[in-house]
Design a binder for this molecule. Structure first.
Ligand code: GDP
Length: 195
């Protein structure tokens, strides 16, 4: 997809700040440092529209990026930092629930998983949470350029098995360095925007 317009509309902390207008939304979730900002920037051909994810202590926000005036990428704060307080975890959970459970324009979620490692417990919880609320999931296995050709298929299978992906879910190996998987990821994203 060619992106002609990309703009951060709002960094929201609560539902009353979400954009109005009902444009379809694709959420992006993943462990901190998984490569989420790099994924967004590569997908939309911008060097640094999505900043690297906020460090602990910074305000956690849902960042709504409007694209081509026709849909949004919603960047969800990363999870899995070791040094996050109970209070911060609770605030994160509340914000996630408020968005994922109530947002009608949410069409699908891109769940980013580091292709080099087994999905973590947090990744599994996130996947199960999305499935529980019947939100379609596109699993993007990031940093795939770091795996040798022979290891790629093996690691993708580990992700599929550990998360127990269902047949309707999609799995794409992706590299922000080489753009591998970019067209495939857009195909899935587009199918949900248009449905
Ligand atoms: P975020 O915290 O999930 O937003 O992660 P970032 O996008 O900031 O990426 C974290 C680190 O991984 C950075 O040093 C990136 O340069 C690196 N990275 C992200 N995507 C890729 C990729 O596809 N290939 C490689 N080799 N490195 C990547």
């Amino acid at each position: 997809m060619k992106i002609n317009q990309a703009e951060l509309i709002i960094s929201a902390v609560s539902a009353k700040q979400y954009p109005e207008g009902g444009l379809p939304e694709i959420a992006l979730a993943g462990r901190s440092n998984v490569g989420k900002s790099s994924f967004i920037n590569k997908m939309i051909n911008r060097k640094a529209l999505a900043r690297t994810s906020s460090k602990p202590g910074k305000t956690q926000t849902l960042n709504f990026y409007q694209l081509n005036e026709s849909f949004y990428f919603v960047d969800v704060p990363g999870y899995g930092y070791a040094k996050v307080s109970k209070k911060e975890r609770e605030a994160w959970g509340k914000m996630m629930e408020e968005y994922f459970v109530t947002r009608e324009s949410l069409k699908a979620t891109v769940l980013l998983i580091d292709s080099r490692h087994e999905p973590t417990k947090d990744d599994q919880v996130m996947y199960d949470f999305l499935k529980h609320y019947e939100i379609p999931v596109i699993v993007v296995a990031t940093k795939i350029d770091k795996l040798s050709k022979s290891k790629k298929a093996k690691h993708l299978k580990i992700i599929k098995d550990v998360l127990e992906l269902e047949s309707e879910d999609h799995l794409v190996g992706f590299s922000a360095e080489t753009a591998e998987g970019k067209e495939e990821a857009w195909r899935y994203v587009t199918s949900y925007i248009q449905s």
